[in-house]
Design a protein around this ligand. Structure first.
Ligand SMILES: [Zn+2]
Length: 726
């Protein structure tokens, strides 16, 4: 049932989007793979990978490298070598039995089983010893490790990946009643208050159903194929909070089904909820992750900063204590003053970010002694003293909000941020106002941490310029600073709302799941913007043209993205390594020619090997192996003529095929692997601005690599010099 639901939902909403992105994918299929290969050979980082892949499926052969780069463990030392191979932990038997049980459940071949169990136990035993951790059943470690074993790396590399994922992406305190789950609940409440309330009523806290999701990033619930492609995107996004939004999407997508189960038993509902991710299929992963990303952008972000240290970081370290009232007791999602103020000064063309509608709930006399110009005043005292006037004021608020949104005003946003004074005596009433909005299932409700006090502090000396109507004599912060005028504002005046004539309320409250209900084309646009422009969702141009931006980005990416990689390289040709040799500075003429001559020529022609090698044009020939992108190696000959680099592949019986003919002048870079000096990559392309646009590459294992590259280099220089003369 869930499965079907999931599919339907996506089919309806994302068909168009998926279709479009597939066409684009096919168009530049080869180019991006070459770029990715090229980047992986160099010292690239997670941003390079992200910019190149942009959500495309990573080929299996490149996945281990990609993950190692993304998790920054490429140059990590071999920690497993410190392992004494003694399996003597107090909980060793439990660990062994658990490994055995899980592997049995998966049902590998018997041969495989033994080695998988042994890998699991060794790595986890070493993890406990190395980091001084205790293993407990169902802590998610085994599930988290299994997909890593599928990469078939050596134990040491697998261990480093595992440790990095645990430290970077698994929230600390994934245990019953842990802070993780309080934060998760606040996010559910923020986006789907009705669902949150229903689960609260049933006393189903998120730890009861989502613990495994967080402990092993869904590895225990989803198929290996799903996990591998989900993690591809996850590690590229490099946002540890993504798991919260993935978990949120699981719930929000199934919300109707969950709400229908309001009469089910608690146990049944928990079972249903925990199993929801099982319905994910490989085809869903991209949509799933883009939706999570979309929700992340649609959520105030300061909670991440507030909770980052408490939730993430090296697993062994004690999490700094989060004050109990800040998470477990929080009424709704907290927003920091930094986010509120910076948000209201943002440019308005960024429709995909959070925009706040600030509701100042302080008593009138405090509001009148200083407030933000963008604030709507809703006197919290009215709620108890004059309920009718209060509900009129609320309607006025909703009208004002709607008008501000329509007018695209700086003060207008869908996200209601409530603020109090920052003092308990008034804020108890502020909290009641907020609670009344939540009871009505109002979406996007947050509370400014520290209230007016924090705004006052934030502006510091500029406070008088930044606050409207600020009156130092009456402002509670200023007067407290001057004299201890306590409880000065106790006399409460009734307050007439002078902002808006009350009008019948709009359907603002029914704007539930507005995002999910958006027309598919709108969603498509938004998602695509997020996907193509993930690192700065805040400055996305919602009207950017799909195809156009893809093409331009390729140019930009090749030169700027890897600034470090290409910036110090001679414009035309270099041998890459620690010691770059700059051979030439002049420009390659007619670069389009280079491309076309590569494509034309005698490529694919079949020749007699001995005959061909006797040809007088040949300056030198090296036996080598061509290392294909898919990992296959072909017995080949690298042939150097005065103008070309030719690759002959042996077909047997004295025959060979011309694989490519590359003009020497199109070679812009020759790189050697640091650890494998004989593995040589020739990169082709042309100068583009200050950098190089790499258009293709070939890779070879050449026994006399240095000799071969020296000769090639020499002739490249001669070719270039020659072209300079003519
Ligand atoms: Zn003041």
């Amino acid at each position: 049932m869930v499965e079907k639901y999931w599919k339907n939902l996506y089919n309806k909403k994302y068909k168009y989007f998926v279709l479009n992105s597939r066409i684009i994918n096919e168009m530049d299929d080869n180019l991006w793979l070459i770029e990715l290969e090229s980047a992986l050979l160099d010292d690239c980082n997670v941003n390079d990978i992200y910019a190149i892949c942009r959500g495309k499926a990573i080929p299996e052969s490149l996945r281990p490298d990609v993950w190692q780069v993304c998790l920054d463990v490429r140059h990590k030392s071999d920690q497993m070598s410190l392992f004494n191979e003694i399996f003597d932990l107090p909980f060793q038997n439990t660990l062994r039995e658990d490994c055995q049980a899980i592997v049995d459940r998966i049902g590998n071949d018997d041969e495989d089983k033994v080695s998988v169990i042994s890998d699991l136990e060794s790595i986890l035993t070493f993890y406990c010893k190395n980091r001084n951790f205790l293993y407990e059943s169902d802590n998610g470690w085994i599930e988290l490790l299994l997909p890593l074993l599928a990469l078939k790396l050596n134990r040491s590399d697998t261990y480093n990946l595992f440790e990095a994922i645990r430290d970077t992406y698994i929230p600390k305190g994934c245990k019953p009643k842990g802070n993780v789950f309080h934060v998760f609940r606040l996010l559910i409440l923020y986006h789907d208050p009705e669902l949150c309330t229903m689960l609260d009523t049933k006393k189903i806290t998120p730890d009861l159903y989502s613990m495994q999701w967080f402990q092993c990033l869904f590895a225990s619930s989803c198929s290996l194929t799903v996990i591998l492609s989900m993690w591809d995107l996850y590690f590229q996004h490099a946002d540890p909070f993504m798991v919260f939004f993935l978990a949120l999407i699981i719930l929000v997508n199934g919300r109707d089904l969950i709400l229908e189960m309001k009469d089910a038993t608690k146990e049944d509902l928990i079972k249903f909820l925990s199993n929801m991710p099982c319905a994910l299929e490989p085809d869903d992963v991209v949509d799933f992750c883009s939706l999570a990303q979309y929700y992340s952008v649609k959520t105030p972000s300061s909670f991440k900063t507030d909770f980052l240290k408490a939730l993430y970081g090296s697993q062994g370290e004690k999490a700094p204590h989060i004050e109990p009232c800040s998470v477990s007791q929080a009424l709704c999602l907290p927003v920091s003053v930094y986010e509120l103020v910076e948000n209201s000064s943002l440019e308005l063309n960024t429709s995909d970010t959070v925009r706040f509608f600030l509701v100042d709930c302080r008593p009138a006399e405090q509001y009148n002694a200083g407030h933000l110009s963008t604030a709507f005043h809703l006197d919290c005292n009215l709620m108890l003293q004059e309920p009718l006037a209060f509900s009129t004021a609320v309607q006025g608020l909703l009208n004002a909000q709607r008008q501000a949104i329509e007018a695209n005003s700086n003060a207008g946003g869908e996200h209601l941020c409530f603020m109090g004074s920052g003092r308990m005596e008034e804020d108890q009433y502020t909290h009641m106002v907020v609670a009344s909005f939540l009871q009505k299932n109002t979406q996007y409700v947050s509370l400014l941490t520290g209230g007016y006090l924090s705004i006052h502090d934030y502006f510091g000396d500029h406070m008088a310029d930044c606050l409207e109507d600020h009156d130092a004599k009456k402002c509670i912060v200023c007067s407290k600073n001057n004299v201890e005028l306590r409880n000065a504002g106790r006399t409460r005046q009734t307050h007439e709302d002078k902002r808006d004539q009350p009008r019948p309320t709009s359907d603002i409250f029914s704007r539930f799941s507005a995002v999910m209900k958006l027309k598919s084309s709108e969603v498509k646009d938004k998602l695509f913007d997020i996907i193509t422009n993930p690192s700065n969702g805040a400055t996305v141009n919602p009207h950017s043209n799909l195809g156009q931006s893809t093409i331009q980005d390729r140019h930009v990416s090749a030169t700027e993205r890897n600034g470090k990689r290409y910036r110090n390289v001679a414009p035309v040709f270099s041998i890459d390594d620690e010691n770059d040799d700059h051979y030439n500075e002049n420009e390659v003429k007619d670069s389009p020619d280079l491309i076309s001559s590569k494509l034309a020529g005698d490529a694919k022609e079949i020749v007699s090997l001995t005959q061909y090698l006797k040809s007088p044009d040949i300056i030198n020939a090296f036996r080598c192996q061509e290392v294909h992108m898919n990992g296959y190696m072909y017995d080949s000959h690298l042939i150097i003529s005065a103008t070309h680099l030719i690759v002959l592949r042996e077909l047997g019986r004295g025959q060979a095929q011309i694989i490519v003919r590359r003009p020497l002048s199109s070679i812009v870079k020759i790189t050697a692997k640091k650890r494998h000096r004989d593995l040589i990559t020739f990169k082709y392309g042309f100068p583009d601005g200050d950098g190089l646009l790499i258009t293709d590459m070939d890779r070879f294992l050449i026994p006399n690599a240095s000799e071969a590259t020296a000769i090639v280099s020499k002739h490249i220089v001669q070719t270039l010099d020659g072209s300079k003369l003519t």
